[in-house]
Design a protein. Sequence first.
Lengths: 110, 110
Amino acid sequence: MTSNDILFKALSDPARLRILDFLRKPGSDCCTFEGKVCACDIERELGLSQATISHHMKILVAAELVAATKLGRWMHYTIRPETFAATAAWFAERAAGTAPAPRPKGSVAA
Amino acid sequence: MTSNDILFKALSDPARLRILDFLRKPGSDCCTFEGKVCACDIERELGLSQATISHHMKILVAAELVAATKLGRWMHYTIRPETFAATAAWFAERAAGTAPAPRPKGSVAA
DNA sequence: TCTATATATCGATAGATTTCGATATGTCAA
DNA sequence: TTGACATATCGAAATCTATCGATATATAGA
């Protein structure tokens, strides 16, 4: 599996897309603080079991879409903008029809 | 299923990613003509059965990643750059951390 | 240390997905 | 119309995935 395979597999589940959306605009309940969202918030937002949320977060972190930091008992999650930016470039490249190998540097249309 | 779900599911299979790559830089064999690739070329390139390729192409077309045109007995496939551009914007939006709803028009960082 | 809480892991199950061979459909050329 | 070829669809097998309850691990507080 390439890292692209891992990335797109991570994005290919509706629950995980909802999690990414929630990380962008979390509510002001519970442990959420300064855009850092804890797992229990996500669990309540999605209505899935704790085990399932833990599983999804592991996949999102492995795909480098989300960063995880442990604060005491809580895990706090945030979007990783670099990965989104790199993926935006991947799509922009293909939208522009340019081949990946023989491209002059700096020409990514992102 | 939203159209994003369909799109990301279409991208979440290694065989389909290889097909998208091949559509960008097809060889000069067989029916390939002016960047239009026929199903038999893809079949030979990937080493999968004809039924499997047909299945994958259906998914890529449904996700609007690929356009299909029938020429006589042959199906010719091409990348749909609009979809890649729109998806690039989707990622760029999230890389920039902007929310989708209350955003002034024209501020997408793509 | 003991208890409560937050998250991770395990094992199982239901449902989805990939893949194939077989067959159907559609199109061109005799 | 008939035969050959390209692609689509069908039905089945194997594998993968999402989900859960149960349990383990880790941390904070008493």
